[in-house]
Design a protein around this ligand. Structure first.
Ligand SMILES: NC(=O)c1ccc[n+]([C@@H]2O[C@H](COP(=O)([O-])OP(=O)(O)OC[C@H]3O[C@@H](n4cnc5c(N)ncnc54)[C@H](OP(=O)(O)O)[C@@H]3O)[C@@H](O)[C@H]2O)c1
Length: 347
């Protein structure tokens, strides 16, 4: 009797899997139900063919509360448990930076596809290990560089390729905010690789890299927290053969956060806050035009759509944000850290 019930359950599970494949439903799991995971889970609901099935926290009650809020069927009280859930197609890793490599590698070794929060690793060596592990396990893996999929940024790239502003030769971009951070919080905690550079400085560097590629040389200055030593402000100057970029990040400054990409024929101004822009202005000698580009939800939906599309097509990396792109980005950040003398205690 027991054996026949077991067999029926197995058959139901197999049937459900076949139905999911037919309907192409991509099932997501989340590791680390913190601030960003809430926004992510809310956007996940807006993407057709995507469903949140499981969430893992270091504390079962936090996982259960999150699962209840976003209607996930499974809640786990440890990260290890979610790795054993064979129902999951892709895991979103949203822990503090210092745990990205550990959980990305564990998940990939369990055959899980992953979308891992930025920065993919805290240095080049970690990012390389994750990429090698993804390739070894033949899994899809992408850094959650969500701005790459922002409709404004995609449209601007197309306009730049068409030569509307001429060859881009100057970029200014910043990412700043001030919310009176506590010395105990993630942002100022050096043990969690806190500070502005890895948390938000990554965005202006990403923009310069996306438009201009790898710089020929890098100069940078940093200001550090008087107690914890975390970088609270970083100013970077990138030099290219025929272009320059002035980039900055700060967790002690309020600014407008309009990014500018300029060339001989004109300039593009990405609306504030540019990394999640809903439009941009193009100014040339002849014309000035504002173009609106709405985002879906908070804007995380666009990277979710990319993952779903890649997994359905059997791709192991996105063509829009490749493994090499993640490696290049962390290479630039490592160089900036070396310029300003920023080392984390565990390095
Ligand atoms: N794409 C974006 O727009 C965006 C925005 C913000 C942040 N991020 C990235 O997402 C990651 C998480 O950021 P967040 O602001 O969501 O962080 P958070 O709320 O401080 O932490 C995320 C979760 O990580 C888990 N965690 C595991 N080990 C931890 C530890 N030792 N200390 C604290 N938490 C720990 C916690 O969940 P449990 O204890 O419940 O397991 C926590 O809720 C960061 O790497 C950040 O760069 C991305």
């Amino acid at each position: 009797m027991g054996r026949s019930i077991e067999k029926t359950n197995e058959q139901i599970t197999t049937l459900n899997k076949i139905l999911d494949q037919v309907n192409e439903i991509i099932k997501w799991g989340i590791i680390g139900p913190g601030k960003i995971s809430h926004k992510f889970a809310s956007d996940l609901k807006l993407v057709d063919g995507s469903v949140l099935t499981a969430v893992a926290s270091r504390d079962l009650s936090r996982a259960q509360a999150f699962a209840d809020q976003y209607e996930a069927s499974n809640a786990y009280g440890s990260y290890d448990e979610i790795l054993e859930d064979s129902d999951i197609d892709i895991l979103y890793i949203a822990t503090p930076h210092t745990f990205h490599a550990e959980w990305a590698i564990k998940a990939l070794n369990h055959g899980k596809n992953i979308l891992c929060e930025k920065p993919l690793g805290i240095n080049k060596s970690e990012v390389k290990s994750i990429i090698e592990c993804a390739r070894k396990n033949n899994c899809f893996m992408m850094e959650a560089l969500w701005s790459r999929f922002n409709p404004t940024i995609i449209d601007c790239l197309n306009k730049i390729e068409k030569g509307i502003i001429g060859e881009p030769n100057h970029i200014t971009a910043d990412f700043t905010f001030y919310n009176n951070p506590s010395e105990e919080g993630r942002l100022l905690n050096m043990d969690l690789a806190g500070g502005s550079l890895l948390d938000i400085g990554i965005y202006p560097i990403f923009l310069a890299y996306l438009i201009l590629g790898m710089p020929e040389s890098i100069k940078a200055h940093g200001i550090f927290h008087h107690n914890t030593g975390a970088d609270i402000q970083v100013s970077t100057s990138l030099l290219y053969k025929n272009a320059t970029a002035q980039l900055s990040s700060s967790i002690m400054t309020q600014s407008e956060m309009v990014a500018k990409i300029a060339g001989k024929k004109g300039a593009i101004y990405l609306d504030s806050r540019w990394h999640e822009a809903k439009g941009y202005t193009i100014k040339t000698a002849e014309n000035e035009e504002h173009i609106g580009k709405p985002i879906i939800g908070f804007g995380y939906s666009h990277e979710i759509i990319e993952c779903v599309d890649c997994i359905r097509k059997g791709k192991k990396e996105s063509e829009k944000w490749t493994h090499q792109n993640s490696l290049d980005l962390i290479t630039i950040m490592d160089q900036i850290r070396s310029e300003i003398g920023l080392k984390y205690p565990f390095e």
